[in-house]
Ligand binder design. Structure first.
Ligand SMILES: [Zn+2]
Length: 148
């Protein structure tokens, strides 16, 4: 991120959100380096926080599908599959949870992606679990055949 030029001492600045003139000791900077008064800074922080929650839901869906893919290659004790399922279910529930619109309003355009990722992840996880169960079954059959 580029550094915001520092306001010369004594020069008055205005809040970039409500336009309120600010003295240098009242100036606050938002996370994206915009000038804000105390009130607007608090509001922006809230929105940034809500956006982060929304993005976490989307990221959960993406992580779930990535883990579902990885689980075909690397999956000790099916941990990757289970983590993937948890992420996918979390994303599916969170994206539609009533009362969480302040979070999900930031990811409305990602809803399709979230559904697609989470559902494909769950399908892949299901396949992997079946493969794991089949492999375990095959192994136990082999063991019982080779036992004395
Ligand atoms: Zn303001």
């Amino acid at each position: 991120m580029e550094q915001q030029p520092i306001t010369p001492l004594g020069a008055s600045a205005a809040c970039q959100f409500c336009g309120k003139p600010l003295t240098p000791d009242q100036i606050l900077y938002t996370a994206d380096a915009r000038i804000a008064c105390a009130g607007c800074n608090a509001k922006v922080d809230l929105v940034v926080g809500d956006m982060r929650v929304g993005h976490n839901i989307r990221n959960g869906a993406i992580v779930s599908i990535v883990m579902a893919g990885i689980s075909f290659i690397f999956n000790p004790f099916a941990i990757v599959t289970i983590s993937s399922m948890i992420s996918a279910i979390y994303a599916l529930i969170a994206v539609n949870r009533k009362g969480d619109e302040r979070f999900t309003q930031h990811i409305l355009k990602d809803k399709g992606t979230i559904y697609a990722c989470a559902i494909i992840a769950l399908v892949l996880d299901g396949i992997v679990l079946i493969l794991v169960i089949l492999a375990l079954a095959a192994m136990s059959t082999m063991k019982s055949h080779s036992s004395y």
